[in-house]
Design a protein around this ligand. Sequence first.
Ligand code: SME
Length: 158
Amino acid sequence: MAEELIIPDGSKEDKYSLLYKQIESLTAAESDSIANMANIAAMIQETFHFWWTGFYRVVGEQLILGPFQGPLACSRIAYGRGVCGTAWKEHCTQVVPDVDKFPGHIACSSLSRSEIVVPVFDDGGTVIAVLDIDSEHLATFDERDKEWLEKIVSLLKL
Ligand code: SME
């Protein structure tokens, strides 16, 4: 078990591939979604060292901050607001190469320059959370991040 947690250097593809396998065994062994969100955020951070990685959960008409790694963040985000609220409203991943060019972006940190927000769906196709990853560099995320992160959040059983 311990050796499964060793993250070797390698390409983004290799890192995601290993990360996916680790998260697959982690989520198969644990049914609590908050515990899984916490470990998924930690494992993504350990692998890529982004500025901020975390989850917001849908609670009523708002997103409420869930497990995360990184600096202090906004606690609540309204439906349709910012990148997270837009991913929730539009039911699709938002890849934002420059947050200053995203209308209504919520700046929890002025150091965040680009981000990706991936909706998490339940079995009925309802958005029940979003995975938000922020980078202090422009254009950090691309189609490969989108595909892998969508695969990763689909492992969450909610
Ligand atoms: N960037 C997000 C807000 C959350 S923080 O960045 C952690 C947004 O605009 O939705």
